[in-house]
Write a protein that binds this ligand. Structure first.
Ligand code: NAI
Ligand code: MG
Length: 344
């Protein structure tokens, strides 16, 4: 069978991004696929050197790739003239409208059992349009929240399609289910539109059960009985908060991957940031980045290889090869090697 070459952008960024993206690359390179890796710069270090956090060359070269692995970038905590977060810019430029966060139980002490859910977060609007202003001589702060029917329907369609696909690949699973998260009881206009758009799309997927849940009780139930959820779809802000809470149920940031998906491009990244407290020491947990690479494989249609990578990570953790965040003392290099050697 002809083997195609996948050209993948590697945007390691700052801090531990420089350590975990090469780990993910090493795992991909060990698979029987042909890769062309394109290392590209972005982040705070580049900004300090060149005055831009996302060089033109990076933004342009990414478009010629089949997908991208992004590490993390360090952001200043105050507004810095000329600095814009590269990941936010890339999400907008590439129209990566869906943020996909799989949350799956892992064989580590900090993980609850039997969790296998996927959070599908709208990635382009809601309060993240960042239309904030001061009124009343600076005594009132107002933020605008934008919800459109088009973006809501688009994310709902993605959620239902993914639920359907998950249903097909899992034996013995109950009927696929999508939980629509909102707060339409209070925000009847904005969340009301999101809810209505999702429920309308649900009509086109008779094989998928739809349910709705108010966001506050959603968090409560997610913590009480996470194993009951399958696919969860939410507007941007609720999805952001829900997905970090969910990551805490299955072993924490060192194990949490995410994908930013559009119709034609996917950029995957570990959920964690640049971790300045441990950067440069070679002790970062590479699993989040490696599992993110597995999400990329899935998006490329390489489902079998994605499963192999996930199984190798699970086996590594089950064998007690743990980095410091999990309570062990394995280095990034040791864990990566352990994962590669378990790619059965
Ligand atoms: P963080 O995720 O970088 O770190 C939080 C804690 O988790 C730290 O104790 C860190 O050591 C630990 N941690 C993170 N990744 C780990 C890994 N792979 N292995 C082991 N431990 C790990 O979040 P924090 O400290 O709030 O932010 C640091 C910087 O990262 C900031 O400049 C922030 O703006 C940026 N950031 C960037 C993101 C991105 O590029 N998408 C996402 C989140 C934060
Ligand atoms: Mg977040």
């Amino acid at each position: 069978m002809a083997n195609r070459t996948y050209r993948i952008a590697l945007i390691a960024g700052d801090g531990v991004g420089q350590e975990v993206v090469p780990a993910a690359q090493q795992v991909l390179a060990a698979l029987p696929l042909t890769w062309e890796f394109v290392p590209l710069e972005a982040g705070w270090a580049v900004f300090e050197r060149t005055g831009t956090a996302l060089p033109q060359r990076t933004a342009a070269a990414v478009r010629g790739c089949a997908g991208a692995i992004f590490g993390a970038t360090q952001s200043p905590s105050q507004t810095v003239e000329g600095y814009a977060s590269p990941i936010l810019t890339l999400r907008r430029q590439l129209d990566l409208y869906a943020n996909l966060r799989p949350v799956v139980s892992m064989p580590v002490p900090g993980s609850r059992p039997e969790i296998d859910l996927l959070i599908v977060r709208e990635n382009t609007e809601c309060l993240y349009v960042r239309q904030e202003r001061l009124e009343d001589n600076g005594n009132t702060a107002v933020a605008q929240r934008v919800i459109t029917r088009a973006a809501s329907e688009r994310i709902a369609r993605k959620a239902f399609e993914l639920a359907q696909a998950r249903g097909q690949t899992r034996s013995g699973r109950p009927t696929p289910r999508v939980t629509v998260v909102h707060k339409a009881n209070v925000l009847g206009v904005t969340d009301g539109l999101f809810r209505a758009a999702c429920l309308a799309v649900a009509q086109q997927f008779p094989g998928v059960v739809v349910e709705e849940q108010i966001v506050d009780s959603m968090i409560y139930r997610l913590i009480r009985e996470p194993e009951r959820y399958d696919v969860v779809v939410a507007p941007n802000l609720y999805g952001d908060i829900l997905s970090d809470a969910a990551a805490a149920l299955v072993g924490g940031l060192g194990l949490a991957p995410s994908a930013n998906a559009g119709d034609n491009f996917t950029l995957v990244e570990p959920v964690h940031g640049s971790a300045p407290d441990i950067a440069g020491k070679g002790v970062a947990n590479p699993c989040a980045a490696v599992l993110a690479a597995a999400q990329l494989l899935e998006r490329l249609g390489e489902n079998q290889q994605a499963q192999r990578v996930r199984r190798a990570v699970v086996q590594t953790l089950a064998d007690g090869c743990w980095s410091a965040d999990l309570g062990g003392n394995a280095t990034t290099a040791e864990m990566t090697q352990a994962i590669v050697s378990r790619l059965a």
